[in-house]
Design a protein around this ligand. Structure first.
Ligand code: UD1
Length: 342
């Protein structure tokens, strides 16, 4: 079985390639390396003992995408990660986000139909729920108006896929991620944000090693026990494993509908201060942080109801917050070592 993983050198993509190969799948990656490095392929080979194929091009290019699918006529399924994901930047440059995230999806769907590839797993986000009225949030919760162009691309993508599966011989699973953090236990792959990180955990670990002066905690006046915002953090390896289950489900015809949606979260909500405390505990490093005002567009609290995923997929996130922070820290220290050796 051969799976195309778009964005396979990225953060979640690379961990998923590892899990797919561990389960015996062949993988071909397509990535334009706009936010990742080609060396990730060496690391994947080191972990799994198997080198995934890779082609470097932009899926926004219709001709190249179509040509790729025609050449690789033995693909059984596609896991589509490749997308831009910085919320703030999407507000500044909406068209960049709409073009990249939507045109690549259109090209992939058209090429799949052209070449008879039937199975698509799509990277979606809990951002589609906005601030849910009820917590924990289940897949049945209404989709709220997106807070950012990035969030809107996820909503529109799900709609495009849903309309397509109604009339074409394609089926799809949208996986709505909560907050993926942590890194592979080998510390060979992990999150590698280029420039200043937007997300909490890379900012914490970079502050701890002195790359950043301080962590700004965005708001302590939320309606939560300690006043800071709450999220459902999930270990990236747990998340990656869910993709293998989803692909299996499609290939083995276990889907109950041509379009299915699953929450990928742990069901536990942690505040920003909880995350900091866990980091300090596992690393033994005192973090320099300061409370500042809220970040525009942030929701107050969101965590998953993972029951449907647990039951239907037979998948469950296993790793706890301390384990997540420990692996993120180990990865940061490994990066420092690499840099010092250069
Ligand atoms: C955001 C997006 C989510 C997207 C994900 C991808 C929103 C509401 N959510 O998740 O849709 O899929 O990024 O990258 O935009 N924080 C700090 N200081 C920092 C950084 C973060 O206090 O320097 C806080 C945030 O306010 C938030 C929490 O940490 O409460 C997590 O933030 P982050 O890691 O950026 O993820 P989300 O905003 O939840």
């Amino acid at each position: 079985m051969k799976i195309l993983v778009t964005g396979g050198t990225g953060y979640i993509g690379s961990h998923t390639v590892v899990e797919l190969q561990n389960k015996g799948f062949d993988v071909v990656i397509v990535d334009n390396l706009s936010n990742s490095k080609i060396e990730v392929v060496d690391k994947i080979e080191k972990i799994t003992g198997k080198r995934p194929e890779i082609e470097v091009f932009d899926l926004v290019d219709r001709e190249k995408t179509s040509g790729f699918f025609k050449r690789h006529n033995d693909i059984n399924g596609v896991i589509h990660f490749a997308a831009y994901k910085a919320v703030g930047e999407s507000v500044e440059k909406p068209l960049k986000y709409y073009r990249n995230n939507l045109v690549s999806l259109l090209n992939i769907l058209e090429s799949m139909i052209e070449t008879g590839v039937e199975n698509l797993v799509f990277s979606s986000s809990c951002t589609v729920y906005g601030q849910p009225d009820e917590l924990p949030v289940s897949e049945k919760a209404p989709i709220k108006k997106a807070e950012s162009p990035y969030g809107n691309t996820k909503q529109i993508s799900e709609e495009i896929i849903q309309d397509t599966v109604k009339v074409e011989p394609v089926k799809a699973i949208a996986l709505r991620y909560f907050n993926p953090i942590g890194a592979h236990e080998s510390a060979l792959i992990g999150e590698l944000p280029l420039g200043v990180p937007n997300n909490l955990v890379p900012f914490i670990t970079q502050t701890a090693v002195g790359i950043r002066d301080e962590l700004k905690v965005f708001g302590d006046d939320y309606n939560t026990p300690d006043g800071t915002a709450i999220r459902d953090y999930i270990h990236v390896v747990d998340l990656a494993k869910a993709h293998v289950v989803a692909i299996d489900r499609m290939i083995n015809n276990k889907m109950k509908d041509k379009f299915e949606v699953f929450n990928l979260g742990t069901g536990n909500g942690y505040s920003v201060l909880d995350v900091i405390k866990s980091f300090e505990k596992v690393s033994g490093v005192k973090l320099n942080y300061r409370i500042v005002g809220r970040r525009p567009g942030d929701v107050e609290k969101v965590w998953a109801n993972p029951e449907f995923s647990n039951k239907e997929l037979g998948w469950k996130a296993e790793k706890g917050l301390d384990e997540m922070m420990e692996s993120a820290w180990k990865w940061q220290l490994e990066l420092q070592k690499e840099q010092n050796n250069q």
